[in-house]
Design a protein around this ligand. Structure first.
Ligand code: FEO
Length: 397
């Protein structure tokens, strides 16, 4: 396993996970990488972040092509989540448990909690650390964990941005100039929508600080913990993040549903055709065959999310309940909501969706539309009226 040289003194020494598909409930159809970096100079050897447990040997193998891993003097953990810290105990056992592991004060707490009894020599960082040059720490609390921080080599204009500016893609290419935006753009958006959306307020503040302090112009190379290293055009991903944090909806509707005996499915199809006929870009997603995180990416961009469910034993259909729980955690802003569904006798499902939409703070301009038993298209004027109301709201944007 070979390291990849980034500058004269900084190397990528991470791991590529071609096989992962379920990343704590988020679909990663193209796998992922766990990026780690080695700073090497005459004075210090510093490892920046590690890898998921199980990939320790891959990291050590890459490091060993540069230096004996036992010569690593210190480790910096920018983010305590297990995909970057799971390998810490094994790597420290190999290089020496006495070696210091620097993290934010919350990182020390979180790593200590995660690795009780591992004997890690955890130390809280101050404003900067000597890595043979200055490594400056930038507070990024809650982007996206309480412990998260960036670290920056001002002399090289190189920022280690942990989860920020990442994407999930396993491939041998490591740099933005090796893959075009048509390939990486949708993956970066999918990552932002599913991982960073709940923290857009905090991200916007960091971006404002970066601009106000003139740091953006100093960032020549961005080194995230997943995906590509941005060396050709780091400004492009910064520009995209500045747009994405605004959560500005496009004139698009997502119709997402599940069905028991095809009646709610039929309603979804009629509604999709109707809204498309109103000139709205409309996306149709059955939860039987589309993963919640793929639907969520479409939802992130859309102005309206219209959810269909049958009623089963007085409740939502389980996959619809799962989907609502998922998007509730993403805290989407500026959304219009709608609910529909067929039922046999009690019909609580669509009402429960309507209630959830209101709880999530969506604009809900019309009552839910329910149909008892099996609808024919001629029965669905109320559903088309719901579509018309929502289409009209979207057109006001
Ligand atoms: Fe890539 Fe929040 O871990």
């Amino acid at each position: 396993m070979e390291p990849i040289k980034i500058t004269d003194s900084v190397y990528w020494v991470g791991a590529i996970d071609y096989d992962i598909r379920d990343f704590h409930g988020y679909l990663t159809p193209k796998g992922s990488t766990y990026n780690a970096y080695l700073i090497v100079n005459d004075k210090k050897i510093t490892l920046i972040d590690t890898v998921k447990h199980g990939f320790e040997e891959e990291l050590l193998s890459r490091v060993s092509k540069i230096v004996d891993p036992k010569k690593i003097d210190q480790v910096v953990s920018n983010h305590a989540e297990m995909d970057h810290s799971g390998g810490l105990p094994g790597i420290l056992r190999h290089i020496g448990l006495e070696k210091p592991v620097y993290a934010s004060s919350m990182g020390v707490k979180n790593l200590g909690g995660q690795f009780q009894g591992a004997g890690l020599n955890l130390k809280a960082v101050e404003s900067k650390l000597d890595v043979g040059e200055d490594l400056v720490f930038i507070e990024t609390r809650m982007i996206h964990w309480p412990d998260s921080m960036f670290s920056f080599l001002p002399a090289q204009g190189l920022l280690f941005s942990q989860d920020g500016f990442g994407m999930h893609l396993a491939c041998p290419e490591r740099f933005d100039d090796q893959v075009d935006e048509k390939t990486w753009g949708p993956l970066a958006l999918n990552y932002f929508a599913n991982i960073l959306t709940p923290y857009t307020v905090q991200i916007a503040k960091v971006l404002e600080k970066v601009v106000a302090e003139g740091l953006a112009a100093q960032f020549k190379i961005l080194c995230p913990d997943h995906g590509f290293i941005w060396r050709q055009n780091p400004g492009r991903i910064l520009e995209l993040y500045s747009q994405w944090v605004q959560q500005k909806p496009s004139q698009k509707a997502v119709i997402v549903f599940d069905t028991m005996w095809h009646s709610t499915e039929f309603m979804a199809r009629v509604l999709t055709d109707y809204m498309a006929g109103q000139g709205i870009e409309t996306r149709y997603h059955s939860l039987k065959n589309t993963h919640r995180s793929e639907v969520a990416t479409d939802c992130y961009e859309a102005a309206a999310i219209i959810i269909g469910t049958p009623t089963i034993n007085n409740q939502l259909f389980p996959s619809v309940s799962d989907f609502i729980t998922y998007i509730k955690s993403l805290k989407f802003k500026n959304k219009i909501g709608g609910a529909f569904g067929s039922y046999g006798w009690s019909g609580e499902g669509a009402k429960l969706v309507q209630s959830e939409l209101k709880t999530m703070g969506y604009q809900v301009p019309a009552d839910e539309v329910r149909y008892q038993w099996v609808p024919q298209e001629k029965d669905l004027d109320p559903l088309k009226a719901l579509g018309k109301t929502i289409a009209d709201e979207i057109k006001k944007l």
